[in-house]
Design a protein around this ligand. Sequence first.
Ligand code: NCD
Ligand code: ZN
Ligand code: ZN
Ligand code: ZN
Length: 358
Amino acid sequence: MSDNAYVRLPGLVDVHVHLRTPGGEHKEDVRSGTAAALAGGFTTVLAMPNTLPPLVTLTDLRSACRRADAEALCDVHYFAGASAEHTDELQSLGRKAVGLKIYMDQTYGPLRVGGLLTLLRCFQRWPREKPIAVHAEGESLAAAIGLAAAFDRPLHLCHVSRATEIALIAQAKQRGLPVTCEVTPHHLFLTKGDLGRLGPLGDMRPTLGSQADVAALWAHLDSTVDCIATDHAPHTLAEKQGAEPPPGVPGLETALPLMLTAVDDGRLTLERLVALMATNPRRIFGLQEQPETWIEVEVGPTWELSNDGLRTRCGWTPFAGFAVKGRVHRVQLRGQIVFQKGDIGPLGSIHRSSKGPL
Ligand code: NCD
Ligand code: ZN
Ligand code: ZN
Ligand code: ZN
């Protein structure tokens, strides 16, 4: 018999993942990425457009969506990418995409947008009812908030990582500006002090912050922060350990165990976790509820995150060796069990030793 407790939660929503399809299938594809999503408790993911080709035209966006429809194991919605060359397509892209992604700073991929003219066109033309999401760090983040204020339209700030940035967002919200934001587990659980240990496996954009940055993000988790998003950004180990390591780390399979551990440590409530990882993401991006959909998590026994057994094609995690206290046990999507922990035996036996509401 075990003392494990099983808790049922809504299917989680990750508003920031890179499925690497098209063009980066050696890192991840729709099948492996959505398998990782389910293993991590996510039944909906929003996929980023910095693919090869990038999703900046209706033709390429449509073909990515068609592929996801055929191959995905959970719900996938795509962002369109902003580019100076295709601002004429913003309206039609806006009917198909879940939001517009603007890369205001340099990161992985070719999508950095420079120049006020393109930004103005994006804010003028993108449908008001769909969010604009930005990769914007430091002063770029301030500029993005200024645009949201000027055009009075919803803006979502991706992977906020610095004390100064979260303070500015808190201020903007206090003024009633229509901004929302996400924070990643790696910016909550790692600092630049981990870089010596992690080397290139600790490199991502935004880079890891200081202890004070991390403390500020945690302090704002109950108020300013709207979502936990993984920014699942798989690259192969060979790429990460090569001469020019691309920035980015995977996160789909480690986010919930890490956040459940924080709940166990009393750093946030389970209720708040559900708001940050399900309810708020759904509201911000206007996603419909998935009927008969839930996840069952096991809280209690400590186990160690590891590179072994990951579903993501990249096959590694910057959190290998972390002791955590929660894991995904089962996932049901629209009435069907789509994931159950592999080492428990056949369906008929899996509930024998549990005393949860199963
Ligand atoms: C992301 C990627 O690899 O696509 N990398 C990263 O370091 N976060 C791009 C991004 O989200 O900025
Ligand atoms: Zn980014
Ligand atoms: Zn990203
Ligand atoms: Zn069970």
